[in-house]
Every structure is written in C-alpha cells, then in structure tokens.
Design a protein around this ligand. Structure first.
Ligand code: RM4
Ligand code: MN
Length: 385
C-alpha cells in the first residue's frame, strides 16, 4: 500500500488552459459566468484545480489563444499561484491560409508560415521553461485526388525535421494523430502508426501523444499504449472521453473501464515512473458543466483509474497467465477494477493536508462566487480566443 500511495503522490495531471474558457459545438457556444478574460485568469482557475487535488501542478497553453506580450511574466504569475507552464500547444488550424493544410499545404508560402509558427512555439517554451511542444495538424483532404497523399507526407516530414532541429536540451515534441475531422477523406496524421514512423525517423526528442478521443469506435487504445511504451515512444496522453467522435467530454465519464485498461498498461510498462516522461494531460471542453469542477472531476477520474490499475495483483495475474488460467487471470484484473478506491484517495489527500473530497471543498470555498462577481466586463476567453 505504501508503494501504491507513493506512485499516486508522484503522478501529475496537466490541465489545459482552454478548458477554463467558453466552449461549445458548431451550433452554439454557451457563455458561463466567471469565465477568464485572459491567460492570467485561466492560470488562476487552473491553480484552484491543483489546490484541491494536489496533483495538477502544470497548465498547458495554446498559442495564439494564450498569446501575451511577456511569456516570462506569465510563467512568473503561474509560479506565484503555485503552478507551472506545461506543454505548449501549437495552432495551425485557424487561419484562412490553412484551408488546404498547414505544413502539408501545396503552397510553399503557407508551409513556411506554418513552420514559423511552430518555431515560435519553441521560443515560447524557452521563455516559459516548458519542455514539451504538442503538435496537432488538422491537415488532410476532403476529396479523392484533391492533393497527392505521398507528397503531403514529404512536406510534413520536412517541417517536422526543421522543428526537431530547433529543439534545445531537455525539450521534446509530441506528435498527435487524429482519425478524421476537420478533413474527412484522408488526414495526414490519422493514426499512431503514421505518428510513430515520423517520430522514429526524427529521433528521441520526438514522441507520440495519444488523444483518447481520436480513434475509430472500438479501437483498442490500451494496445497502442502498451506498444508505444515498449518502444519508448509514448510521450503522453490527451485525456478526454467520447461517445461518437472527438467529443472532448470528461475523461472517464463515457467508459471508465477503458480508462482503467489504459492505466493498467501504463503501470505495466513503467509509464508512471517520472523518468519515462509520459505526460498525463487533459484535453477537454466543458460546454454545459462548470469548468473548474469539471476539471477537478476529470483529474479525480484519472487518479481513480490509476489507483485501480496499481491495485492489480501482478503476481497473481502473472501466475494465472502462465498457467493458462483464462478466467483466473481475468478475475484478478476485474477484482482491481471493481475495488472502490475512493476511501484510499481520501486518506491520501488527508495525509497531504488536503480536504478528502475536492469537489465539496471547492464548492464550499466561495471561489466561484468571487470570480462570478469580479469578472464582469471584458471579453470572455473562448475556444479560439
Ligand atoms: C485538437 C487536438 C489538440 C487540441 C485542439 C484544441 O482536436 O486534440 O490536441 O489542442 O483540438
Ligand atoms: Mn488533443
């Protein structure tokens, strides 16, 4: 139990700045009270998630949504709030120039512009002390014949190589894949295999990030996790859950059993050891639920799945597996999943001087009432600003 608690204490879950802003679907973005107006206020909200969970000490930024004049000052502000700057997320999907792609665009001028943005993100890493750049490309084509699939791979490789060469000591990039959307026919980085092949060619500073919402229904995500971890190429997760497409709902809400299976492979592959560098990040939007409690709940969901994964009796499992005891092995696995770990986590929090239930503690704190009263006027942050 001491080992399990130590592993749980060491786990860090990163929250995304965009989760604190308004979001919605293409039909409607619902504005909520108290929503941050700038990156400074987003960091203040993220600090609340850390204050009540104790395990969310970093915040991912999205550029240009979180553009500021002085990034060192933003990092200082984060430190004062007790958090740090996590991954820098690039954005090459919201400019008219990118209609036919960013780094894979047939136009050399557009490709240059896109790559320059990625390089600018590395500058921001330098200024904030962030060690991770996250690359997601919306690039792809909607119609057969629209562009040359193979040439687009060449252009992608060229841009990635330039960014890779710009990375400093202790910096890395994570390449994210996504099956479809916004491109519908062929996406340029549609799956882990494509991301993996590019990363292998580039070297150790390039790794794959698994966004749990970016697969076809029924995909065995834990298999991908086991494989990438074994190859030293699992850079981290963008956690969220989905029912249909890239729903960005709270992680563990749609399929807690899948989250447990993923976390078991992480534990099995040593991915909880900080040296492996697996980043546990959330990539979510809270369209209809309040944002800070939505993030607190999500962090707790990942922590609960991790605790259950750590509870799997690995010795008993290995014994059953080597004897070919199918039902016995499955029972060991399910016993852990069916354990209620909430009392253990409450105890862990109390040992660290935190309230046993972060949701209630936050609700009682009065923080929401305070930001709702104070944050009037100005333009609320939203997905895309
Ligand atoms: C993309 C992808 C990226 C995230 C943006 C907001 O679908 O998941 O990780 O930065 O959405
Ligand atoms: Mn993502």
């Amino acid at each position: 139990m001491t080992d399990i608690k130590a592993a749980l204490r060491a786990q860090h879950i990163e929250t995304p700045s965009w989760a604190y802003g308004n979001s919605g679907t293409r039909f409607k973005v619902f504005a909520q009270r108290g929503v941050p107006r700038d990156p400074y206020e987003k960091l203040a909200d993220a600090a609340q998630v850390h204050a009540y969970t104790g395990i969310a000490p970093t915040v991912a930024l999205h550029i240009p949504w979180d553009k500021v004049d002085d990034y060192a000052d933003l990092a200082r502000h984060a430190r004062e709030l007790g958090v740090g700057i996590g991954a820098i997320n690039s954005n090459v999907f919201q400019d008219d120039d990118y209609m036919l792609g960013s780094v894979t665009n047939p136009s050399a001028r557009v490709r240059r512009k896109a790559t320059d943005h990625l390089l600018e993100c590395v500058d921001i890493m330098d200024a904030t002390g962030s060690d991770t750049l996250k690359l997601w490309f919306s690039d792809g084509i909607n119609y057969p014949g629209q562009d040359d699939i193979r040439a687009r791979q060449d252009r992608l490789a060229e841009s990635l190589a330039e960014v890779y060469d710009r990375l400093g000591e202790g910096q890395r990039f994570l390449l994210e894949y996504k099956l479809f959307e916004p491109a519908f026919y062929a996406t340029d980085v549609p799956d882990w295999g494509t991301a993996y092949a590019h990363c292998v060619k580039l070297g150790p500073k390039a790794q794959v990030v698994v966004d749990t919402g970016h697969h076809a229904p029924g995909t065995n995500i834990e298999f991908i996790v086991a494989f990438l971890l074994r190859e030293g190429k699992l850079g981290g997760f963008d956690f969220n859950s989905r029912f249909y497409a890239d729903d960005d709902l709270m992680v563990g809400a749609a399929d807690p059993f899948q989250l447990f299976r993923i976390m078991f492979e992480v534990v099995r592959g040593g991915g909880l050891d900080p040296e492996t560098g697996v980043a546990f990040m959330l990539d979510q939007c809270h369209n209809i639920e309040p944002k800070i409690p939505g993030q607190i709940r999500s962090v707790m969901n990942v922590q609960e799945a991790t605790a259950k994964a750590l509870l799997v009796d690995r010795e008993a499992l290995a014994a059953a597996q080597s004897e070919g005891d199918v039902l016995g092995a499955n029972a060991v696995f399910m016993d852990a999943y069916n354990t209620d770990v909430r009392p253990l986590l409450a105890e862990l929090r109390e040992e660290s001087g935190l309230a046993p239930d972060p949701m209630t503690a936050y609700a009682k704190s009065g923080y929401f009432e305070k930001i709702a009263a104070e944050r009037v006027g100005g333009t609320q942050a939203g997905w895309g600003a």
